[in-house]
Design a binder for this molecule. Structure first.
Ligand code: PEP
Length: 253
């Protein structure tokens, strides 16, 4: 069982004032209600990171993540954001390989291996997303697809580096669709992922990795998903934009 983590992916949502309001609300409710053994992560768009970080610094189990980073350390890459910059703002986590980035920005497993390396080299922690699209699920290819994503982007790491990675299993057909994976489907894939890690790095490393579920997770379905043996929390999209829902999900253990 990995550390319990609930991360909110705000995607490209919220203007300045609304971002600050949401972050303040989350922090205030978390202070009163969140168990100290749950790690809460908010992942706003880049432009809001600095302000949100300032608002959350008073709570020890609330952390901030970015939604992406460059493969490069610095230089002539207009529009890109380096991990070093994120580090200089005290950012703790970086989401890598979200399905939207794989689909719209054609991020490959190879590119994500580079991003994983540069995140870890800078001392930040990757939240690595994997998951199959609907046609792959319907063709029974989910294990093959997720296995390749993990092997090609992460399995070059040594055990010490790998232990720092958080994995988010997000069946693409469940993201933003209102269709959640059943508990059986989620548990089956999480157990498969943990098994693959155990084969490569040993059971002790596998047991310590947090494997989050993502895909239309809401306060109503989080308790049953989080009760699955190999589900260590969630990566939350839409519901992370409402402070009450986000915290209620995080309280679902
Ligand atoms: C996500 O984008 O990572 C996600 C899980 O979105 P949603 O919760 O809205 O399905």
């Amino acid at each position: 069982m990995g550390k319990k983590i609930v991360a909110g992916n705000w995607k490209m949502n919220l203007l300045k004032e609304d971002a600050q309001t949401l972050a303040s609300e989350v922090v205030n409710i978390a202070k009163d209600e969140l168990s100290s053994d749950v790690t809460l992560i908010m992942c706003p768009p880049f432009v809001h990171l600095s302000e949100v970080k300032k608002l959350t610094s008073a709570v020890s189990n609330v952390f901030i993540g970015a939604q992406n980073c460059s493969t490069e350390a610095s230089g002539a890459y207009t529009g890109e954001i380096s991990v070093g910059m994120l580090k200089s703002y005290g950012i703790d986590y970086v989401i890598l390989g979200h399905s939207e980035r794989r689909e719209y920005f054609k991020e490959s497993n190879e590119e994500l291996a580079k991003k994983t390396d540069i995140v870890l080299e800078n001392g930040l922690l990757p939240i690595f997303c994997c998951g199959e699209v609907l046609a792959e699920r319907e063709g029974g290819k989910q294990e093959e697809v997720v296995g390749s994503q993990l092997k090609e982007s992460l399995f070059h790491l040594d055990a010490e580096a790998f232990s720092k990675v958080v994995i988010a299993y997000e069946p693409v057909w469940a993201i933003g669709t209102g269709v959640t994976a059943s508990t059986a489907q989620a548990q089956e894939m999480h157990a498969f992922i943990r098994g693959l890690i155990a084969e490569k790095y040993g059971q002790e490393v596998a047991d310590g990795i947090s494997i989050l579920y993502g895909g239309s997770c809401k306060p109503g379905n989080a308790p049953e998903l989080f009760a699955c043996k190999d589900v260590d929390g969630g990566l939350i999209g839409g519901a992370s934009l409402k402070s009450r829902d986000f915290i209620d999900i995080a309280k679902s253990y």
